[in-house]
Write a protein that binds this ligand. Structure first.
Ligand code: G1P
Length: 302
């Protein structure tokens, strides 16, 4: 039982990163030297995905180009003998992986974006990855961790993490019946509740393994929070019929949909980058040491 198809909803406008996202996709924002969407795609492939389904919108051509073969660039790198760079470009998409691009004509929400993938997914279980949730799964990528749970239980699995209660308004929030360590059956799921209305502080993050039943349920899901067709609401309908598990993944999530989360990801991935780690650590060390001195001299001036 392997999830062969992964869906990447990438039609969002990325308004929080304007002006950077005026003409290009927010999923193409790099963390160090790779765009967010490439991390997401690599995670899906490492969990066994063979077919990548992108739900795109306007200004998303760069995503299509990124996963396409770049003959001219490759020829030039080869001619100049830049073998390492050539390899980097050629490894963006391993052989045997297919990309499908579906245009979401109207931005009607995450549920609607997932529904757009139905013709390509058909009648099989599939995954959904939101690229702006960048997850460092440490020992094993988050989706591969979820795949293990899926293999054991054979049902839908949603990645979750505990958040400060005051942040519930930014997430889908679940109430669970514990099944094992870090694993629970979802009893209720609410999209972006106020803290006082939230069923818990366990939030959904952007990784889902779903059964195709979800498509029919999205079709009959009315507009919800923010006037959008919410995946969360369709999942709430699904738990009446099927088991849906909430899985607290191991690792760290960076909310790259926010500027602060995005900066944190760049710093931490920079500190782990094979070419940069040492110099960058020294640089940050000096910078923070000098900050301390700056504060002291500022204090003296006062
Ligand atoms: C979406 C989902 C939400 C989930 C979040 C994870 O919200 O609707 O349930 O918790 O992704 O990142 P968005 O952040 O797209 O508004």
């Amino acid at each position: 039982m392997r999830i062969r198809k992964a869906v990447f909803p990438v039609a969002g406008m990325g308004t929080r990163f304007l002006p950077a996202t005026k003409a290009s996709a927010k999923e193409m924002l790099p963390v160090v030297d790779k765009p967010l969407i490439q991390y997401a795609v690599q995670e899906a492939i490492s969990a066994g995905a063979e077919e990548l389904i992108f739900i795109t919108g306007r200004s998303k051509n760069s995503i299509m180009d990124h996963f396409d073969k770049a003959y001219e660039l490759e020829a030039e790198l080869a001619q100049k003998g830049k073998e390492a760079l050539l390899q980097t470009v050629q490894e963006i998409l391993p052989p045997g992986i297919t990309c499908i691009f579906i245009r979401q004509a109207e931005a009607l929400g995450l549920g609607h974006a997932v529904l757009c993938a139905w013709p390509a997914v058909g009648d099989e279980d599939f995954s959904v990855i939101l690229a702006d949730d960048l997850i460092d799964g440490r020992l094993r990528p988050c989706l591969a961790q979820m795949q293990r749970v899926y293999q054991e239980y054979g049902t839908s699995v949603i990645a979750c993490e505990r958040i400060p209660k005051e942040d519930t308004g930014s997430y889908g929030v679940v109430e669970v019946q514990p099944v094992g360590p870090g694993l629970g059956e979802i009893r209720r799921i609410v999209e972006k509740p106020k803290p006082e209305e939230a069923p818990s502080n366990i939030a959904v993050v952007g990784r889902y393994i779903l059964t195709p039943r979800i498509f029919k349920l999205i079709q009959s899901t009315p507009r919800g929070k923010g006037g959008e067709i919410q995946l969360t609401d369709a999942i709430q309908a699904m738990i009446q019929e099927q088991t849906v598990l909430a899985y607290e993944f191991e690792g760290t999530r960076y909310d790259c949909g926010s500027k602060l989360g995005y900066l944190k990801a760049n710093v931490e991935y920079g500190l782990k980058h094979p070419e940069l780690a040492t110099e960058f650590r020294d640089y940050l060390g000096n910078l923070t040491a000098n900050w301390g001195q700056g504060e002291k001299s500022d204090a003296r001036k006062k």
